[in-house]
Ligand binder design. Structure first.
Ligand SMILES: [Zn+2]
Ligand SMILES: [Zn+2]
Length: 326
C-alpha cells in the first residue's frame, strides 16, 4: 500500500521485491501495526517523507535472506528507528533516538504496509514467544514509545494518561504491574474509551478538560491536541512531569506561569533507542501485557487509518498480510 503524495489515499500497488543491501535482512511481512504517526505522514503533517512511500513501522515477519544476525525463518520485529549514524554526539552518548541523521521506517525508509520489506538487521528485534504476529505488532511502537514515555515520567505513583488508544492501553498494563495508579483522560463523551481504560486497571476515567479527581504525579499525553498540555499541567502536583509522547501536536495555547511553577516539567519523547525496545520486549511477557487488536486486511489500510482518525479503534489497529501466493 503506497503513499504517492501526502493527503492522498494509499494505493494498492505492485512493486519489485526489495533486495537486501549489506547488513540488511529481507523480511516476509505477516503483520503491521497502524500508528497515529502513520496518519501524520499520510496527512502531510511531517516534513519530507520518502515518496512514493510504503508506510508502517510496527512490522512483524520472518527473515527470508541476508544479514548475519538472524537465520532464515527467524521471527523479527522492525520498529520506527531504522538506521542511525553511530557517530554523532547523540549516538555516542546513548541517545541514538536523537541522532541527527536517523532514518525512520515507514517515513524515510519503506515500511511494513507490504508483503516484503528490507531492514538493517541491527535495528530489528527478536520477539518474545507468547504473542502471535498480530498481537506482537503494537508492541513495536505503541508499546515502545509508551514505555519510554513512562520511564521519562519518573517514579510517579499517580499517572494520568491523556488519550486512551494503542499506546495507553499497553502503558496502563505495565504501569499497573509496577504498582502505579492510573487515571485515564479522554474526550468527555467517549464512554467506550473510558470503559476500556477501567477494564485495564484505571481507577478513574473521565473528561480530559475537566478537573482531575486528585492530584497526579505525572501525565503522559498521547493525543495530538495542544490544549491538553495546560490541562495536564493543572492536574499534576508540584514537581510533576507532563510528557508529550506524540511526534506531532497542534499548537499549545499560552498559559499562566503559575501552571509551570512549583518545578513542574513539560517534555517531549522523541523516537526510541534500541535499549528501550529490548527492555519493553523483556517486560511485556512478565506483566503479561495483552494487546487488544482490531484486524484489517492489508488492502484495507485506508479504512484502518480512517477509523483511527475518528477514534473508532479499541486498542490497536493491525494490518494482516496474507502470505504471498505463487
Ligand atoms: Zn547519530
Ligand atoms: Zn508509531
Amino acid at each position: 500500500m503506497v503513499l504517492a503524495a501526502p493527503g492522498e489515499a494509499l494505493r494498492e500497488s505492485e512493486l519489485p521485491a526489495p533486495e537486501p543491501g549489506p547488513g540488511q535482512v529481507s523480511v516476509a511481512v505477516s503483520a503491521c501495526g497502524v500508528c497515529r504517526t502513520d496518519l501524520h505522514v499520510v496527512d502531510g503533517e511531517l516534513p519530507d517523507p520518502k515518496l512514493p512511500l510504503v508506510p508502517g513501522h510496527q512490522v512483524v515477519g520472518r527473515v527470508v535472506a541476508g544479514g548475519e544476525r538472524f537465520a532464515a525463518g527467524d521471527r523479527v520485529g522492525i520498529p520506527w528507528l531504522g538506521w542511525t549514524c553511530g557517530e554523532c554526539r547523540y549516538c555516542v552518548s546513548g541517545r541514538e533516538n536523537l541522532c541527527d541523521r536517523a532514518r525512520f521506517t515507514g517515513y524515510q525508509l519503506d515500511g511494513g504496509y507490504a508483503e516484503a520489506v528490507v531492514a538493517d538487521e541491527r535495528f530489528c528485534f527478536p520477539l518474545p514467544e507468547g504473542y502471535d504476529d498480530l498481537q506482537a505488532a503494537p508492541l513495536l511502537c505503541a508499546g515502545l514509545i509508551g514505555y519510554r514515555a513512562l520511564r521519562l515520567a519518573g517514579h510517579a505513583e499517580r499517572v494520568g494518561l491523556y488519550g486512551f488508544g494503542a499506546s495507553a492501553h499497553i502503558v496502563a498494563q505495565v504501569a499497573r504491574h509496577e504498582g502505579r495508579r492510573i487515571f485515564a483522560f479522554t474526550r468527555a463523551d467517549d464512554e467506550a474509551a473510558q470503559g476500556f481504560a477501567r477494564e485495564l486497571g484505571a481507577e478513574w476515567a473521565g473528561d480530559a478538560l475537566g478537573p482531575a479527581p486528585e492530584e497526579l504525579d505525572a501525565a503522559i499525553i498521547f493525543a495530538p491536541a495542544g490544549e491538553l498540555v495546560p490541562a495536564a499541567l493543572a492536574a499534576v502536583a508540584k514537581g510533576g512531569t507532563v510528557v508529550c509522547a506524540g511526534i506531532h501536536m497542534s499548537d499549545i495555547p499560552s498559559f499562566p506561569y503559575e501552571l509551570l511553577w512549583g518545578e513542574r516539567v513539560v517534555r517531549s519523547v522523541a523516537n526510541l533507542t534500541r535499549r528501550d525496545g529490548e527492555e519493553l520486549l523483556e517486560v511485556a511477557p512478565q506483566v503479561p501485557v495483552r494487546t487488544e487488536i482490531q484486524i484489517f486486511p492489508l488492502e484495507a489500510a485506508n479504512d484502518a487509518l480512517a477509523r483511527l482518525r475518528v477514534g473508532e479503534i479499541r486498542g490497536a489497529a493491525v494490518l494482516q498480510v496474507m502470505p504471498i501466493d505463487d
